[in-house]
Design a protein around this ligand. Structure first.
Ligand code: AP5
Length: 223
């Protein structure tokens, strides 16, 4: 099973992605997380990417595209959930080309729809559990408020992402996402057009509901 997921930063791609990984036993390939691993490991790629990420800009295509496509190729035949890529038209075309060349079928494309203001609030309140990135914790949302200072799921320590606390950087990330001409929504619509031609299936989810409601809707639409 190969799945692509779109949604503005803070819409719950990671949160709903965890469900897809569990259901199909597939690997989560998250471009932002790959960059963060490189940054914490002090690699050359991490050093190059850090400034762009801190400012809320896209890491240049000549770094990002080969990095993601290499991981996808290594995962051929095993199934994957791709999250955070493509984010512009160039990345969308290159991904489509690579999938066609490798004979890899894209089973589903999922788009989570969410107003920009809600997405910004969710990002600023997000807290990450050191034990598991997919444990939902958010200081602004009652249903998933941390347990005091620690993770509400496992009691692990919580931390923030540096790019989550800078409002200017968040706005930049959302400018890129909501750009329907060349940005991430343009990339999503590229795949929506492919779905209209029968190349894949396209699922739209209203992201303003609770995590459980979105999850139930997603599960119903997958069958
Ligand atoms: P990346 O790591 O992809 O960050 P992002 O785009 O901000 O996406 P997130 O993973 O942060 O958000 P999410 O939608 O998964 O939300 P979550 O589930 O946590 O990218 C970081 C940077 O790397 C980019 O800015 C860029 O510089 C670079 N980069 C990455 N890919 C690139 C590419 N392809 N090209 C170039 N550069 C690239 O949910 C958010 C919060 O809301 C959480 O607290 C969660 O618990 C809560 N929540 C989720 N769902 C709900 C709900 N339904 N109700 C209430 N709360 C909810």
């Amino acid at each position: 099973m190969n799945i692509l997921i779109f949604g503005p930063n803070g819409s719950g791609k990671g949160t709903q992605g965890a469900l897809l990984m569990e259901k199909y036993g597939i690997r989560h390939i998250e471009s932002g997380a790959v960059f963060r691993q490189h940054i914490s490991g002090g690699t050359e790629l991490g050093r190059k990417a850090k400034g762009y990420i801190d400012r809320g800009e896209l890491v240049p295509d000549d770094i990002t595209i080969p990095m993601v496509l290499d991981i996808l190729k290594a995962q051929a035949g095993k199934g994957w959930l791709l999250d955070g890529f493509p984010r512009n038209m160039e990345q969308a075309r290159k991904l489509h080309e690579a999938l066609t060349q490798a004979g890899m079928k894209l089973d589903y494309v999922v788009e989570i729809l969410l107003p920009r203001k809600t997405a910004r609030e969710r990002i600023m309140g997000r807290r990450l559990c050191v034990n598991n990135n997919n444990h939902p914790n958010n200081i602004f949302i009652d249903a998933i408020k941390p347990n005091g200072e620690v993770c509400r799921v496992c009691g692990g320590a919580l931390k923030t992402r540096p790019d989550d606390q800078d409002e200017a950087a968040i706005n930049k990330r959302h400018d890129i996402y909501y750009d329907e001409k060349n940005g991430t929504l343009a990339a999503a619509y590229y795949f929506k057009d492919l779905a209209a031609r029968g190349e894949t299936a396209y699922i739209e989810l209203d992201g303003s509901r609770t995590i459980g409601e979105i999850r139930a809707d997603l599960l119903a639409k997958l069958n």
